[in-house]
Design a protein around this ligand. Sequence first.
Ligand code: F6P
Length: 321
Amino acid sequence: MKRIAVMTSGGDAPGMNAAVRAVVRAGLDKGVEVYGIRQAYQGLLAGDMALLSSREVSGILQRGGTVLQTARNEAFKTAQGQMKGQRRLNENGIEGVIVIGGDGSLRGALALHNVGVPVIGIPASIDNDIWGTDTSIGVDTALNTILDAVDRLRDTATSHNRAFVVEVMGRDCGYLAVMAGILGGAEIVVTPENGVTMNEIAVSLEDAYIRGKTHAIAVLAEGAPYQGPELAHYLEQKHIGFEIRLTILGHTQRGGSPTAFDRLLATRMGVYAMELLLNGESGKMVARIGREQTPIPLAEATARTRQITPEYFDLARILSR
Ligand code: F6P
């Protein structure tokens, strides 16, 4: 292979830039040109791609977001879109693609593989919902951002005898919520998976008040059956002792400079993805299992959603006393 392309797709995740840089420099090391596709599958369909030099990926290692930009695209989900994508790659002499993104983006990568384009996927999504890998690019940074916010909220909560509802991201997966609950010292965590009711939250927060706590925190995943404003209103009506405040962290969780862990993860995955492509592999995703990286079929990684280890729900409960 003499020319490949790289794209970042779906929701941006801190560390995507570090992965792009690693792909480009690993390519240069092997005498392979790397093109950057702008705005993911949307850019692919428009033929929006250009050669990336080593200098063009200088100074991006520490930057959040993605210099290639990203998009969520419907047109690529059709057979017609996929064939058009393949044609655009051929027009530019591109022999393989590395896709950096979350579950939807990896499904796109699998579709490209199925029409005959050599493809390797790299998991990147703050949600940590990608099956087959212990973690994905961006998870560690997002979690640290959330913890910073929870720590700050506890300072002000304690000063006023308040309970905070903190809503965190994670569309279908409560990983960020449950980890933020354990590591941020929350009284209770609600995720799409654990079925905690609003009444159970009220009981738990009231119990904390009766036991003399000066603050209480409930972490709510955005994919939970009810949203932050509804929960905060419910708790206010219940008069649980604490005054109630709500903070929705939103997209603050997606931005910011990647942690050392995410930079290393992204760098290793980028170099390894290039190695796999040059070794003739396709239709695979780089997975991190333990401390090692290994290729797993994209078909497997995209067929399921990663589940939260049940032990974490126990930890969150045990430590909330
Ligand atoms: O998948 C990452 C994620 O941040 C989810 O946690 C969230 O539900 C979604 O993306 C938000 O998407 P958008 O940025 O398109 O609003």
